[in-house]
Design a protein around this ligand. Structure first.
Ligand code: NAP
Length: 240
């Protein structure tokens, strides 16, 4: 039976690449996004070119009611949700002494509470189906930390604990839960970095591309049928 994948933040960057990779593997795909309608529609058109059913849903993952309503709508439209990729995320970098409450809260509420808001209603569906796979987008800095990113690192480290706890909770229902910890990936999020300078510090001597992450997400979501509770670093060796 055709699987349905739900990719949050699937309109751009890593999420878009994940959506395309899962579509290429034959999944119907629901993508979500926060505000950029043009990008979302562009991605839907590309997904449809791969011959699968695709739709975009606009809601802020920080808004619990909106998330619950959207997931109900997605479930009605697609009938199943077999794969959830919790990818939507933001950065609001600052040193701790300068970090505003807004910078702290927006990152924690989007990158950590936003994942809870989406995962809870999806879990109910997956538990009834007695099968599913969840992949959470953490980060290398959730493991190693990073000066100027205490909010982001805290959220991404939180996701690792969330992943392992959920994996234990849901294993008996045949639901696998894993995380990916990307290093530097070339997207809008990292557009401000000097790519050449950053690449010098990476053993593979290049930044990652969204497709590098997407292949790993597809592996964990579809091929890794005996893998759960794992955090897979995809960072060109940066964490060595
Ligand atoms: P990106 O290019 O900035 O794309 C972010 C996506 O998330 C967009 O689709 C955006 O929607 C959506 N989004 C943002 N805030 C949202 C909200 N409040 N509610 C719903 N959707 C929201 O980011 P990216 O670089 O692909 O990153 C994707 C994920 O990978 C993030 O979780 C990020 O933390 C993680 N990651 C990235 C890197 C990297 O180097 N790029 C490294 C490690 C981890 P709109 O288009 O509508 O704004």
């Amino acid at each position: 039976m055709t699987k349905t994948a739900l990719v949050t933040g699937g309109s751009r960057g890593i999420g878009r690449a994940c959506a395309l990779e899962l579509a290429a593997a034959g999944c119907n795909v629901a993508i979500t996004y926060a505000g950029n309608d043009a990008k979302a529609q562009e991605t839907v058109a590309e997904l449809e070119k791969l011959g699968v059913k695709a739709k975009a849903y606009k809601f802020d993952v920080k808004d619990k009611e909106a998330a619950v309503a959207a997931i109900e709508e997605i479930h009605k439209e697609f009938e199943t949700i077999d794969i959830l990729v919790n990818n939507a995320g933001i950065t609001r970098d600052n040193l701790i002494i300068r970090m505003s409450d807004e910078e702290w809260e927006s990152v924690i509420n989007t990158n950590l509470t936003g994942v809870f808001n989406v995962t809870k209603p999806v879990c109910k569906i997956m538990m009834k189906q007695r099968q599913g796979a969840i992949v959470n987008m953490s980060s290398i800095v959730g493991i190693s930390g990073n000066a100027g990113q205490s909010n982001y690192s805290a959220a991404k480290a939180g996701l690792i604990g969330f992943t392992k706890s959920l994996a234990k909770e849901l294993a008996s229902r045949n639901i696998r839960v894993n995380a990916v910890a990307p290093g530097f990936i070339q997207t809008d999020m990292t557009a401000g970095l000097d790519a050449e300078a950053v690449a010098q510090h990476i053993p593979l001597k290049r930044l990652g591309q969204p497709e590098d992450i997407a292949k790993t997400v597809k592996f964990l979501a579809i091929d890794g049928t005996y893998i759960t509770a794992q955090v897979l670093g995809v960072d060109g060796g940066l964490s060595i």
